[in-house]
Design a binder for this molecule. Structure first.
Ligand code: 5GP
Ligand code: MN
Length: 340
């Protein structure tokens, strides 16, 4: 694995111009950064004159489906054959917004078997040894920000058109909670300003991403906060759990619980929040923290996952009830750190 810099930009440019089947991939349950980065890179490559296809393991949330050309993204869950063929035939694969092939879930096997040159663009710590080239920067707000930097490294700034700018802006905006966390580096705002100068309408993107709830999603939010949030002031923590039956009651669609885990952090003194969502074979765990408390460490040690220090995810293979009890035990274990 070798880090991509301006010094080896010509090698990367050469790879892009000589490889014929370029595939852009991102992680399971894609968020705004995953989809924004993919489409941002797709539009840049298209403007440079290169064809590429895009593959993800499962569905695109409704609040991102307005992004230009999102309908071109091949979803393995909907079209297994097309997804597998694209990956198996690829000679250059971009891996965006994930540091481990395991996050490709159902697409992982094809990815592992592929002989393609693999380029990682990502901001998660500790990328696995599965990639040929990496543009890996934990300090970046988002992968979308790194897609912008990647274009600059390739000397392709002029290929960031209006569509690419909208997608990249959406990635940065969603991964920073509308510029409220992981964005203390002036660079993030410099890039946002450049994107706005390229015609991004911030109000329109805010409107599309955040003011686009279905009625049932809004009511699920209300129900979650009123009836399902448990607060533990002594551990400065809170969690929300939602069972399969509850999700069904509120006509759950992928993306409907996006952002829900952040709400408890708005309570004074709460610095650690969890969201448990019951799936068919496991409970999906999302953790968020404020400051130095490491959500990723808790996920790695207890929930078969990982992520960033303040935003991490994983899985619990116990029942919902057991998962909640386990979480309370974990809080006890970390009482000192939580109260520092
Ligand atoms: P979310 O809670 O929104 O699903 O994920 C938050 C962050 O945690 C993601 O950006 C990603 O870095 C990480 N993450 C989520 N799920 C997993 C998982 O299953 N495994 C690992 N290693 N990281 C995850
Ligand atoms: Mn991200």
């Amino acid at each position: 694995m070798q880090q991509i810099t301006r010094d080896n930009a010509n090698i990367i440019k050469n790879l892009i111009s000589t490889k014929e089947r370029i595939v852009i991939t991102s992680h399971h349950n894609p968020d705004g950064d995953a989809i924004g980065s993919m489409l941002g890179l797709y539009h840049i490559l298209t403007s440079m004159g290169y064809d590429s296809s895009m593959v993800i393991p499962n569905d695109i949330p409704d609040f991102l489906s307005w992004l230009p050309d999102s309908s071109k993204i091949i979803r393995h869950s909907k079209n297994k054959q097309a997804a597998a063929e694209a990956i198996c035939n690829a000679d250059l694969i971009f891996s965006l917004d994930y540091n481990s092939p395991s996050r490709l879930e159902a697409v992982k096997e094809n990815f592992d078997q592929s002989k393609a040159v693999k380029i990682l663009i990502d901001h998660h710590p500790y990328p696995e040894e599965a990639f040929t080239w990496i543009l890996s920067e934990t300090k970046a707000s988002s992968t979308a920000e790194l897609v912008y930097e990647f274009a600059l490294i390739l000397n392709a700034e002029m290929h960031i058109g209006h569509n690419a700018a909208m997608c990249i802006f959406t990635g940065i905006m969603t991964d920073t909670g509308s510029f409220s966390y992981a964005c203390s580096n002036p660079r993030t705002f410099e890039i946002a300003a450049k994107l706005i100068a390229k015609g991004v309408k911030v109000e329109d993107i805010q409107q599309q991403v955040y003011n686009n709830f279905s009625e049932s999603r809004m009511r699920l939010l209300g129900y979650s906060l009123e009836s399902k949030m448990k607060v533990f002031p002594e551990y400065r923590s809170a969690y929300i759990s939602l069972t399969y039956e509850e999700l069904k009651r509120y006509k759950y669609q992928i993306g409907d619980t996006e952002g829900l885990v952040n709400y408890p952090l708005s309570i004074k003194n709460i610095i650690f929040s969890a969201l448990f969502i019951e799936n068919k074979n496991f409970v999906k765990v999302s953790l968020r923290s404020v400051g130095a408390f490491p959500a990723n460490k808790v996920c790695e040690e207890h929930f078969n996952g990982g992520g960033h220090i303040n935003a991490a995810g994983g899985k619990s293979f116990a029942t919902m009830q057991e998962t909640e009890a386990k979480f309370v035990e974990i809080l006890k274990q970390y009482q000192k750190e939580l109260n520092q």
